[in-house]
Write a protein that binds this ligand. Structure first.
Ligand code: ZN
Length: 137
């Protein structure tokens, strides 16, 4: 089971996001004034300045915007992974998330830009927050 770093609180911008992750939901804030998706999460809308945001739940489906493959990482929590992807995922609701594409035999060959993916929540050896990752559909 992976041992990825866990979020630390208090962190008012992202705490609702992590509370969603704990319930296996991908949540994102939207401005109630101009309907702008605000991601990465913050306390105000960067488009109109309003502080009135509401949290919605994503379908968890999207496409690979771009990616890279890390062939070796000696950091604790990553050392046992072998080659793994780091990928930007464009969610269908209009926000981009930095994550990883998992469940492929060879990340150097089996991931491509525009690939459809769906979120899943990777349980961690320590800590109560799973990590959102994406699997090709
Ligand atoms: Zn706004």
């Amino acid at each position: 089971m992976p041992k990825r770093p866990q979020p630390r609180f208090p962190e008012p911008n992202t705490e609702p996001y992590w509370n969603g992750v704990k319930e296996r939901e991908l949540r994102y804030p939207v401005c109630t004034v101009c309907d702008q998706v605000v991601f990465t999460p913050r306390m105000h809308c960067p488009a109109c300045g309003a502080r009135d945001l509401e949290w919605r739940t994503s379908s968890g489906e999207g496409t690979v915007y771009t990616f890279s493959v890390v062939r070796q990482n000696r950091m604790p929590g990553f050392i046992d992974l072998g080659a793994y992807s780091v990928a930007y995922i464009d969610l269908d609701e209009g926000f981009r998330l930095l994550s990883s594409v998992v469940g492929v035999d060879d990340p150097t060959r089996d991931i491509h830009i525009g690939q459809r993916v769906r979120v899943e929540f990777e349980e961690q050896e320590e800590g109560e927050y799973p990590i959102p990752v994406f699997r090709p559909v």
